[in-house]
Design a protein around this ligand. Structure first.
Ligand code: FAD
Ligand code: NAI
Length: 515
């Protein structure tokens, strides 16, 4: 028995050692690959130009899987990096540093086999008739040329969406959003400014309470995750280092519907609301914000008896997370196409993601209107689908030109044997073309939904053998962390995020302001 136990222990030790070596080898290779990209094939004027707008989930998933040697690829985006949005709510509080969830586009582009052009600019107009995109340099430093046109043969629109405000007065002027990295900085600065201003000498109690009231509008996953992160920041760090705010700092989540996280199952909604109660986050459901001033929100509250009341709620920091709206450049393209007349949520596309009313223009992600929710999962699967589509289009074109060549040879062949062998080759090629052309329409495969709800707890609705598995708690939180870590774009990001989490566990979060 002791011998057997010893053998098991020895084998387990060997396995651990083996796996550690394998992991270290993989890490070392990934770092080497990142640091030393290979030579790239130069653009070829004989090839078609594929222009991709955006550097988000959809466009980057396309770029990652695209065989760039088949096209002259041009990327246009106002930001020269990919942003891992699922960890963005952790950024303003410093649980994760912003650079850890940004992957420079140049890293991605330099690892492609053929070179890819990148212009840091905003597409302001897509001219479908003339097949050009008008682009504008948005940076503070302007050269002699800051607006120009980029012609395209094929165009993929992946510009995402902007923050919805529903035209509610005061939102744009007074609220912070949470979509881009700059938004995370602004929230951080506002939260810390509110705290330090509340601590200002002779501040009245009423003003102190207002300044320390953090209001998050929108009970979707963005609002829920950010409210949870902010309350964690307060409980774990702010309260310890600035004890004077302990009694007055308060987070409120405002939602127009009867409950938060409407896309999650009922048990998880209840679990989230109970957890928020334990965390002392106030959840105000059936509360629709109608107006925002510099110090108050005005919200219409529906009471249980159906009575409606307008309430003024003072705030110090207001974070607005009420979902998506269509970007101007997309609205403009829609207005050029009669086939888009009835589309409201974005560009209507067919089952191959071709924009209705166009030829050679595709749309993916949050800027397209499909039956799926606007999520990173959908956008990245659409990007991977379009990469397969473009790769197979290029392979078909190559095979077709080889076929034409063989057919020419066959008509010129004098010897019967040569003709027969060419005939066999032609049949093989025709079969290959049929196979390559058989690309099924896009179909989304839902892997589940995850959200962080604070106090090291998460909720997950996971698709499991055609069924649904709903779970919430600390184990789900570990699953949430490992899932997001594995989804990170590159090894570099994984290592950085892991280090951030460890740093926060050991030293806590930084409580200094940002500039
Ligand atoms: P985006 O990723 O938004 O990318 C759009 C790109 O287009 C950007 O690079 C932008 O700079 C660029 N662009 C904008 N305007 C122009 C222009 N005029 N010309 C050229 N380029 C332009 N989804 C999940 O599935 N799971 C999550 O956990 C999750 N968490 C999220 C957390 C937060 C805080 C947010 C805001 C969203 C989250 N989402 C999540 C949703 C997810 O981020 C989006 O659905 C996803 O980013 C959509 O991908 P996209 O490529 O369509 O757009
Ligand atoms: P959302 O559209 O999911 O939720 C917005 C919420 O704001 C809605 O519940 C709406 O009722 C509420 N609202 C709108 N106007 C309001 C008003 N005036 N007053 C009060 N409440 C109001 O938006 P969100 O959270 O920004 O998410 C956008 C997309 O990104 C969604 O598809 C979501 O699934 C995805 N996402 C997914 C995450 C995850 O899976 N963990 C995290 C964040 C976003």
């Amino acid at each position: 028995r002791p011998k057997k136990r010893f053998r098991i222990l020895r084998n387990a030790w060997r396995l651990t050692l083996g796996l550690t070596f394998l992991g270290a080898g993989w890490l070392a290779y990934s770092i080497y690959e990142t640091r030393f990209p290979h030579e790239q094939i130069e653009p070829d004027p004989a090839k078609k130009t594929l222009v991709i707008l955006g550097s988000g989930w959809g466009s980057v998933a396309l770029l990652k899987k695209l065989d760039t040697e088949n096209y002259n690829v041009v990327i246009i985006s106002p930001r020269n990096f990919f942003l891992f949005t699922p960890l963005l709510p952790s950024c303003p509080t410093g649980t994760v540093e912003h650079r850890s969830i940004m992957e420079p586009l140049r890293h991605i582009i330099r690892h492609k086999r053929a070179s890819v052009k990148f212009y840091e600019a905003e597409a302001t107009k897509i001219d479908n008739e003339r097949r050009v995109v008008v682009i504008n340099d948005l940076s503070d430093v302007k050269g002699d040329v800051h607006q120009t046109e980029v012609p395209f043969d094929y165009l993929v629109v992946g510009v995402g969406a902007e923050n919805a405000t529903f035209g509610i007065p005061g939102v744009r002027e007074h609220a912070c959003f949470l979509k881009e990295i700059g938004d995370a900085h602004k929230i951080r600065k506002t939260v810390m400014d509110c705290i330090e201003t509340a601590m200002f000498k002779n501040q009245t109690q009423e003003e102190k309470e207002r300044l320390l009231h953090m209001v998050v509008v929108g009970g979707g996953p963005t609002g829920v995750e950010f409210a949870a992160e902010l309350q964690d920041f307060f409980e774990d760090d702010l309260k310890k280092w600035i004890p004077d705010i302990a009694d007055d700092f308060h987070v409120t989540l405002v939602e127009a519907l009867p409950n938060v996280l409407p896309m999650f199952s009922k048990t998880l909604i209840e679990y989230t609301e109970k957890t928020f109660k334990d965390e002392k986050i106030s959840v105000r459901t059936k509360t629709m914000v109608r107006n925002v001033t510099d110090k108050h929100i005005e919200a219409e509250v529906t009471h249980p008896d159906g009575r409606k009341e307008l309430q003024r709620i003072p705030y110090g920091c207001l974070v607005w997370a009420t979902g998506n709206a269509v970007r101007q450049v997309v609205r403009d393209l829609m207005s050029q196409l009669p086939q888009q007349k009835n589309s409201r949520r974005g560009l209507a596309v067919n089952e191959y993601l071709v924009v209705n009313g166009t030829d050679g223009v595709w749309a993916l992600g949050d800027c397209s209107a499909t039956k799926y929710a606007p999520t990173a999962q959908v956008a990245s699967q659409q990007g991977a689908f379009l990469a397969r589509l473009f790769n197979s289009m290029a392979r078909t074109q190559n095979l077709e030109s080889e076929l034409n060549h063989l057919e020419e040879l066959s008509t010129q062949a004098k010897i019967q044997e040569d003709r027969e062998s060419l005939e066999r080759e032609i049949q093989k090629k025709s079969k290959a073309i049929r196979r390559v052309k058989q690309l099924s329409p896009f179909e989304y495969s839902h892997q589940g939904s995850l959200a962080y709800i604070g106090m090291e707890r998460a909720v997950a609705d996971i698709t499991w053998f055609n069924g649904n598995l709903a779970s919430g708690g600390s184990l789900t939180y570990l699953f949430w962390r490992s899932a997001y870590l594995s989804m990170c774009f590159a090894t570099r990001n994984r290592v950085l995020v892991l280090m951030d989490w460890m740093k926060v566990k050991v030293f806590g979060r930084d409580v200094s302001s940002s500039f």
